[in-house]
Ligand binder design. Structure first.
Ligand code: F6P
Length: 324
């Protein structure tokens, strides 16, 4: 029997474009003549029954808004069997037959556990870290990178005037995608990522010396939070190079703001795909974009996949960071 009612939730760290994905889910569901319930505050909403109906008008004007109108949370209780069973019972009680989860790996683990309890699920990748393995691209990455680039361009102005060194910490707990992408885009002198073991002499000091010997008088060092703390990197530079770097931790500013065209369009495509596929009888899958094309992967397989930092991207960052 065809589904009559589905739920949608956002969970984990928010990312710009999550709202656009929620909007796409609601709009697409309307064309299939099914109801959408908004499960609020991530998996907490499933446990507590914090659920509202999402009519068409509730997603008006949502496309350009950062954050998530459904609120989000990390929910330790949902990592327990009892938590998942409570969630399953809430769904049953509310007549919700399928759940679309928008977020990262933690969100997909929750969906997988619901799937094991017999709930039809679909995942949409959204995290500024862009570290989800089954997709080349996760919603929010582009906006976060542009926010960081905008801030670092401003920093460069004052670093250049004062002939200083700037150490900028960008987000990326386990992945250096933001650091590498932003590092290339701002022409950083050094880019430190968690995927490559840090050698201060080779990765930082030599590069600063090289740049200085070739006439540079200001320097930009980008460090992914998973690779180390900006304050520690700055202390090493002070000790070994003798400069007093200024430190900027961009932090959560990278998670906000109006989504870029890429994030709006990707979120819209993924949201529509998830609903269309659920309606076609597919379940327990995660949407991905591979070489620009929408695909979907079994959720168990998707969670087993590992996302690497693209070698050619890292190499480009390393080669271009040598300033003459
Ligand atoms: O996963 C996205 C992310 O922004 C990471 O880059 C960062 O380490 C983490 O979330 C921060 O989480 P919180 O918002 O809980 O401080």
């Amino acid at each position: 029997m065809a589904m009559r009612r589905i739920g949608v939730l956002t969970s984990g760290g928010d990312s710009p474009g999550m709202n656009a994905a929620v909007r796409a889910v609601v709009r697409t569901a309307h064309t299939h003549d099914i109801e959408v319930m908004g499960i609020r505050r991530g998996y907490n909403g499933l446990i507590n029954g914090d659920i509202v109906e999402l009519g068409q008008s509730m997603v008006n004007g949502l496309m350009a808004r950062g954050g998530t109108m459904l609120y989000t949370a990390r929910c330790p209780e949902f990592m327990t069997k009892e938590g998942v069973e409570k969630g399953r019972d809430t769904l049953k009680y509310r007549g919700i037959e399928g759940v679309i989860g928008i977020g990262g790996d933690g969100t997909f683990r929750g969906l997988r556990d619901l799937a094991e309890c017999g709930v039809a699920t679909f995942g949409i990748p959204a995290t500024i870290d862009n570290d989800i393995a089954c997709t080349n691209y996760s919603i929010g990455f582009d906006t976060a990178c542009n926010t960081a680039i905008d801030a670092i361009d401003k920093l460069r102005d004052t670093m250049q005037s004062h002939e200083r060194c700037s150490v900028v910490e960008v987000m990326g707990r386990r992945a250096g995608h933001i650091a590498v992408y932003v590092g290339i885009a701002v022409g950083a002198n050094a880019i430190l990522v968690p995927e490559h073991k840090l050698d201060f002499e080779r990765d930082v000091f030599e590069k600063i010396r090289y740049a200085r010997n070739h006439g540079n008088t200001h320097f930009i060092i980008i460090v992914a939070e998973g690779a180390g703390k900006a304050i520690d990197v700055a202390a090493e530079i002070k000790e070994h190079i003798g400069m007093e770097p200024r430190i900027t931790v961009l932090g959560h500013i990278q998670r906000g703001g109006t989504p870029t065209a890429r994030d709006r369009v990707t979120a819209s495509r993924m949201g529509k795909h998830a609903v269309d596929m659920l309606m076609a009888g597919k379940k327990n899958r995660v949407v991905g974009i591979i070489d620009g094309n929408l695909q979907d992967f079994d959720i168990f397989t998707a969670l087993d996949m590992k996302r690497e930092l693209q070698d050619s991207m890292y190499e480009t960052a390393v080669v271009l960071s040598l300033s003459r």
